[in-house]
Design a binder for this molecule. Structure first.
Ligand SMILES: [Zn+2]
Length: 91
């Protein structure tokens, strides 16, 4: 299962920053459907735990393990974790 390897850093990131992950709870990411070309919005925390989502427009399954989507989710989750971490320091 190669996509497990791609998603592993995200799981690690979520665990490490679990306490400070409130910023990601509010962060929506738009994923483009390869079928209809429209975007579906999901919370980063939801995306980071899944390998696919259903398109809100056409219902087609959107693969989250493609290099593009995996990178987008991983980098956004990491960014959210940094923001959450920084916010706990100024609180
Ligand atoms: Zn679609």
């Amino acid at each position: 299962m190669t996509h497990r390897n791609i998603l592993a850093p995200i799981d690690f990131c979520l665990l490490k920053f679990d306490m400070a992950f409130s910023a990601a709870d509010l962060t929506l990411l738009r994923i483009r459907c390869t079928g209809c070309g429209q975007h579906t919005e999901k919370l980063v925390t939801v995306l980071a735990k899944r390998e696919s989502i259903d398109c809100a427009v056409c219902g087609m399954s959107i693969d989250l393990t493609t290099p593009h989507n995996a990178l987008l989710i991983k980098e956004t989750a990491a960014s959210c974790a940094r923001i959450g971490d920084a916010m706990t320091k100024i609180a």
